[in-house]
Design a protein around this ligand. Structure first.
Ligand code: DHB
Ligand code: FE
Length: 287
């Protein structure tokens, strides 16, 4: 699958970076609000971050030209609106790891910068909104949402989003219609759902902005394995933020965002007509 053949206008770091920043500022990225940390907590964390930076400088004998280059790069990162992209690729996985220590139910992973709230609500058996000629392999994704005791959760919501076959997310790339491959699927009386969509594609961190500049300068690769994003929620239960991946997929063992987990890897079955099918059940813990 190629992700380099862009249609016109070509989506760019400017599009995805700036829209990801605007989306985050609008509170739509997560709706977290202020962290509410005490003065003592801010003091502890700010000191620790600075001490870690000082440690790197001392250990690696960072020079003045390197310090000034880093300063310029950080300014460019902000000017390009790429802080959400950068932090979600390189930092969020550690925050999620800490959060996971106190969570039960289905394994979570990072949210990433491309969630958009208020997407179309769909019944339990539904097709995600797509273009009439949406490229990609057809994929039926089905399963059940249950609580920790195994009781089905009727009316649970699977808020799903994914990229299109060319690797871009709707709402963050001008060539895709709003809401493409996004939707909120509501489970039936048995907590079941069946979503018709296409297989997602590998995702490339935009290479034409400051994040891409760093990745190239460091000799890293800019890819995430193909994934489906989900927020799974039900009244009285903690919302799970997660992603599902595909066994044997490119970059599955070398995700630039370090956000894959073995429990989240699907092994889709290919049917005679060439389409794919997967089952996955979600378990939510009470709040
Ligand atoms: C980024 C993009 C993603 O699609 C994702 O799932 C996580 C992070 C990013 O570019 O920051
Ligand atoms: Fe993603």
């Amino acid at each position: 699958m190629t992700t380099t053949e862009h249609t016109t206008p070509s989506p760019s770091a400017v599009d995805s970076g700036a829209s990801a920043s605007a989306s985050f500022r609008a509170g739509s990225a997560s709706g977290f609000g202020s962290a509410g940390s005490s003065t003592a907590r801010v003091d502890t964390l700010a000191r620790a971050v600075l001490a870690a930076v000082h440690g790197v400088i001392r250990e690696h004998k960072v020079t003045y030209p390197e310090f000034q280059a880093a300063k310029k790069w950080l300014m460019d990162l902000g000017d390009g609106g790429e802080w959400p992209l950068f932090l979600d690729v390189f930092v969020e996985h550690a925050v999620e790891e800490v959060a996971a220590e106190t969570q039960a139910g289905t394994t979570g992973t990072i949210l990433g910068p491309y969630y958009l709230p208020d997407q179309v609500r769909l019944p339990a058996v539904a097709a995600l909104p797509a273009r009439p000629d949406e490229p990609g392999s057809s994929w039926l994704f089905q399963g059940q949402v249950r609580d920790l005791d195994g009781n089905p959760l009727a009316g649970a919501e699977l808020d799903v989003w994914q990229n299109s076959a060319d690797g871009f997310y709707s709402g963050f790339a001008p060539h895709l219609p709003e809401g493409n491959l996004r939707g909120v699927v509501v489970t039936d009386e048995q907590g079941r759902f069946a979503i018709s969509t296409i297989l997602p594609a590998p995702y490339q961190v935009p290479t034409d902005g400051p994040t891409g500049e760093l990745i190239e300068a460091a000799g890293w690769h800019p890819w995430r394995p193909a994934h489906l994003h989900l927020l799974v929620r039900a009244d009285g239960h903690r919302t799970i933020t997660t992603q599902l991946y595909f066994t044997g997929a490119q970059y599955i063992d070398d995700d630039v965002a370090r956000a894959t987990k073995p429990e989240l890897i699907l092994d889709p079955q290919q049917l005679a007509d060439g389409s794919f099918r997967s089952e996955y059940d979600f378990v939510l813990e009470p709040v």
